[in-house]
Write a protein that binds this ligand. Structure first.
Ligand code: ADP
Length: 287
């Protein structure tokens, strides 16, 4: 379980001014839950999630994981904490000079696992994400969806119990987004990994999240079961986000091929909610 208690984060800017990115955030995420953090750009989503693995240090408040207060972990304890928390990003962050397999096994190299174990684990993870035949390829030879699959496999290398997904589908088209969300849900169900999913898209949240919290200007404005929040939004901010998602869906459906680019991702709206996701590995390959 992750408990976030009275969490605040301020950044000191030049000229000695302070920016308050998070204010008194309280959230509880149960084991095995997929929990969405929803909000517009600049709302504080990334800051909040990055506090969970201490890429950002909270200014006030505390974070407990499985009852242990991790807020001030450093050194060995911090490394051990991070090994239990995988993370994926919008732009994949792969090593271009390494093969797919050696991207996935990178965390195991850092841990000084044997080559035989690294390779066995790497192949097992590539099978899991539907890329069993891409071990020797390089990232430049993969589609965006395949790159994100490699990043997911790498994030799972150390068998984390928590995964942080920071706008993981925002650079992908509608169909690929659906297949990556299917994969994340599959991993959540098969491996029981607790997931914190940052997204500005309510359609994405609706597809994978058991619960969501809506954040605006660093404050949680509402939270609860995803369908409950989306069908009965209590906050004007949620209603506004819903309106933009639906507007985006209208834009997307007027598109000839129905595929939006990365910039229009907020956009996939209703279309994504109802889309049938293709099986893992089915997104089109780049020629
Ligand atoms: P989101 O993920 O919702 O787009 P962020 O958490 O990235 O939002 O940012 C929240 C606010 O904090 C924004 O106004 C952003 O400019 C500010 N911020 C984020 N990181 C820093 C930083 N390192 N220094 C100063 N301000 C920051």
């Amino acid at each position: 379980m992750i408990q976030i208690e009275h969490l605040s984060k301020s950044y000191t800017l030049k000229a000695n001014s302070t920016h308050h990115a998070l204010h008194d955030v309280n959230l509880t995420i149960a084991d095995g839950e997929v929990y969405g953090i929803i909000g517009a750009s600049g709302a504080g989503k990334s800051t909040l999630v990055r506090c969970v693995n201490l890429l950002e240090r909270p200014t006030e408040g505390r974070i407990l994981i499985d009852g242990n207060d991790i807020t001030h972990y450093r050194g060995k304890k911090l490394l051990e904490l991070r090994s239990r928390i995988g993370m994926i990003f919008q732009h994949f962050s792969l090593f271009e000079q390494r093969t797919v397999l050696r991207n996935v096994t990178f965390p195991l190299e850092l841990r000084k696992d044997t080559k035989a174990h690294r390779e066995e684990r790497g192949h097992e993870l590539l099978e899991l994400v539907g890329l069993g035949n891409k071990a020797d390829s390089y990232p430049s030879q993969l589609s965006g969806g395949q790159k994100q699959r490699v990043a997911i496999a790498r994030a799972l290398a150390l068998a984390p119990t928590i995964m942080l997904c920071d706008e993981a589908t925002s650079a992908l088209d509608t169909r690929t987004t659906a297949s990556i969300l299917e994969l994340l849900k599959d991993i959540n169900e098969k491996l029981g990994v607790t997931m914190l999913v940052i997204t500005h898209s309510l359609a994405v949240a609706d597809k994978v999240c058991d619960k969501i919290a809506v954040i605006d200007e660093g404050r949680i404005v509402e939270s609860g079961a995803t369908r409950q929040v989306l069908t009965n939004p209590a906050s004007p901010i949620t209603r506004e986000l819903l309106r933009y998602d639906l507007l985006g869906a209208a834009d997307a459906s007027s598109d000839a091929d129905g595929i939006s680019d990365g910039a229009g991702q907020s956009a996939v709206g209703e279309e994504l909610v109802t889309a049938d996701a293709p099986a893992p590995g089915n997104e089109q390959e780049r020629a």
